[in-house]
Design a protein around this ligand. Structure first.
Ligand SMILES: Cc1ncc(COP(=O)(O)O)c(C=O)c1O
Length: 380
């Protein structure tokens, strides 16, 4: 009999939709956050060269010194913050980094505060750490900006961690520096750990993004190469740890992960060092796709009610058409457009579909045409 923890772990709806969509021909995939842009060429070159040179042994579980230096330089160059390489632990994707952060911070029964909507996997991560979940509702009328007042109502000395995410999945909202700074102050006053998922950094096209590290060293920051460099399948991420937690994180990593593959680390290092110039072009493309979808949503009569400023997601209120799961089914089966039903992302997204515009602009246009046609035939 599987454990309670395993039984309580819910499936990830986006992956379920992907599974069904993969059985159908010619589907436009707007259900997953899989960037259409290729990784920087330097990444594949460095990974192949590393493999050919026989670089295929374990590395230390912290990651290679040169990758951690590249990550540290990235923070210095991008945000002007000093992150010593000793605070960085490299992991196979940012997802394991998040798990390590929570396992190192949360004791059984302790509270973790999430926003709602949230990234669908967050509650399951908290469950793996045997934590309890409290949510703070976000409002599209505020552009899904977290309200510090609302946090003050729930965060206290008994809170173990607050989990932040900007640019955010599933909303595409970018949290202001002021809000982050005020949440960091609240966390300091209540001895709460800030865990900041920054995996969409580099992809804010309409707002300035801020790392929590600009305001404190006493926080976990999780990031990786998946989204920024289009390297989802490489499985490479990292945790920047608060100084007092590095050894705890590393001990767990030594036991359960051992290390990220060395040639993947070599490729990621090249991406981080050489892959940033192309990001401006990518952001421009994401902005164009967002605008196409916003315009179409208005035509379809789906309320959006805010303007996503980063990442590549948009929440569409489809409550006028029916239940979000049913609408997602009709879009997929009748129009060949896959989107993720919102309920997976929290009660605050239950009337919505999440559309990802990470696929090509051509695909986005095609999806819009198909939904135009579908809605024209179903409403006449
Ligand atoms: C908010 C957020 N965090 C983390 C991840 C996982 O990223 P990785 O591929 O680095 O494990 C995703 C993937 O979609 C995400 O949307």
């Amino acid at each position: 009999m599987p454990s309670e923890r395993a039984t309580d772990t819910t499936p990830f709806a986006a992956m379920d939709v992907l599974e069904r969509a993969s059985e159908l021909e010619g589907v436009v995939h707007m259900e997953v956050g899989e960037p259409d842009f290729r990784p920087p060429e330097a990444a594949a070159e460095a990974a192949v060269a590393a493999l050919q040179a026989g670089d295929d042994d374990y590395t230390t579980s912290r990651g290679t010194a040169s990758l951690r230096e590249a990550i540290s330089d990235y923070y210095a160059e991008t945000y002007g913050v000093d992150v010593s390489t000793e605070r960085i632990v490299v992991t196979p994707g940012s997802s394991p980094a998040l798990l390590l952060a929570l396992l190192s911070t949360v004791d059984p029964g302790e509270e973790v505060v999430l926003t709602d909507p949230y990234y669908a996997c967050y509650p399951n991560f908290v469950r793996q750490a045997d934590g309890t979940i409290t949510t703070v509702e976000l409002d599209p009328a505020d552009g899904y900006e977290p309200s510090v007042d609302a946090y003050e109502q729930v965060v206290d000395e008994d809170t173990a961690a607050m989990l932040l995410n900007s640019p955010a999945n599933p909303t595409g909202a970018v949290t202001s520096g002021e809000t982050i700074s005020e949440l960091v102050d609240l966390a300091e006053q209540t001895d709460t750990m800030v865990v900041s998922d920054e995996v969409y950094h580099g992809l804010a096209f309409d707002a300035e993004e801020h790392t929590v590290l600009e305001y404190t060293d006493d926080a976990f920051v999780l990031d990786g190469v998946s989204k920024r460099y289009g390297m989802t399948g490489w499985r490479l991420g990292w945790a920047v740890c608060p100084p007092a937690y590095v050894e705890a994180v590393n001990r767990i990593s030594q036991n359960v992960l051992i290390c990220a593959p060395p040639f993947v680390q070599a490729g990621a290092e090249a991406a981080i060092r050489e892959g940033n110039d192309q990001l401006a072009e990518h952001r421009e493309a994401y902005r164009e796709r967002r605008d196409l979808l916003l315009e179409a949503a208005e035509r379809w009569g789906f309320d959006v009610g805010y303007t996503p400023e980063g990442a590549y997601y948009l929440l569409l209120d489809v409550s006028d058409l029916g239940d979000a799961f049913d609408v997602a089914d009709v879009f997929l089966e009748e129009a060949g457009v896959a989107m993720t039903p919102g309920p997976d992302f929290g009660d605050g997204a239950s009337d919505y579909l999440r559309a990802s515009f990470a696929r090509s602009t051509e695909d986005v246009r095609e999806a819009i045409e198909r939904i135009d046609e579908l809605l024209a035939t179903t409403t006449t």
